[in-house]
Design a protein. Structure first.
Length: 262
């Protein structure tokens, strides 16, 4: 039981730390040399013969991607990124001229997280060489209001992701399968829902106010409730008493699997 509780809280703490560390990249992770490039200057760095190099920009941050020439150089699958800031395409996958732009307006939290992931990738794998004067940095290299807005939106997306990760640690999704002969079977294992843990749990319906449907989740059936790791005043029922949970009709309360006839 102690190992189970320890694993649970380590998982939750890791999710929060990951979000915080990722947010720090936005604030402090990019300190290139004080080189400022205009859009016209950046266009000279598309890797063609006679050009001075191979650069691309993401959120106004310019990286030397010469090491990835086979991908970004002329004829490469991602050559459209070279010599420009095509931030939007990193999220949308639209490599047409309309998509290879730096506007991020209207992007979803998931798409903003994709941009953040790519920013981490370039920061870890390619040399930062400067800043692009335009939407995200002014002529002095200072962040613009547009950059501050997108960074705030990414940090909010990271926060929501950390919350979602914590919820999945508490209530991981069930495994499920359907057959015409037997109906639908739900069951729990120590890796169901792609959430490794020290416990399997029992299936329950989870009602989330404002969300459609009641998905099947796996629920701890022993130890203290979620959020009370050091509590000695509990019924040793894990999260079974959470009011958002509903028992599947006809299933034993502590069964690790439940079959609903067709």
């Amino acid at each position: 039981a102690l190992r189970c509780r320890g694993a649970m809280w380590r998982g939750a703490a890791a999710a929060l730390l990951l979000g915080l560390a990722a947010a720090c990249l936005l604030r402090h992770g990019f300190e290139p040399r004080a080189r400022l490039l205009s859009a016209a200057e950046l266009r000279r760095y598309r890797g063609a013969p006679g050009e001075p190099g191979l650069y691309l920009a993401l959120l106004g941050r310019v990286f030397d991607v010469e090491r990835g020439r086979k991908h970004y150089g002329p004829g490469g699958a991602y050559s459209g990124f070279a010599g420009r800031d095509a931030t939007r395409a990193f999220a949308s996958g639209d490599f047409s001229p309309a998509g290879l732009v730096d506007s991020v307006s209207g992007l979803s939290p998931a798409e903003l997280l994709s941009i953040h992931s790519w920013l981490s990738f370039y920061s870890n794998n390619y040399e930062p060489v400067g800043k692009l004067v335009g939407r995200f940095y002014d002529e002095n290299g200072a962040p613009t209001e547009a950059l501050r807005e997108v960074e705030a939106a990414i940090e909010e997306a990271l926060r929501l992701q950390a919350e979602s990760d914590q919820k999945q640690q508490q209530f991981p999704p069930c495994n499920s399968e359907w057959s015409s002969a037997k109906g639908t079977r739900f069951w729990c294992s120590r890796e169901s829902g792609g959430v490794p843990r020290a416990w399997a749990g029992v299936p329950r319906r989870l009602h989330r106010p404002g969300s459609p449907g009641t998905p099947c989740v796996c629920v701890r059936s022993s130890g203290p409730p979620w959020g009370q790791p050091g509590s000695s005043q509990h019924r040793d029922r894990g999260d079974l008493d959470d009011p958002r949970l509903q028992l599947y009709e006809g299933c034993h309360p502590l069964a690790e699997q439940c079959v609903l006839p067709t």
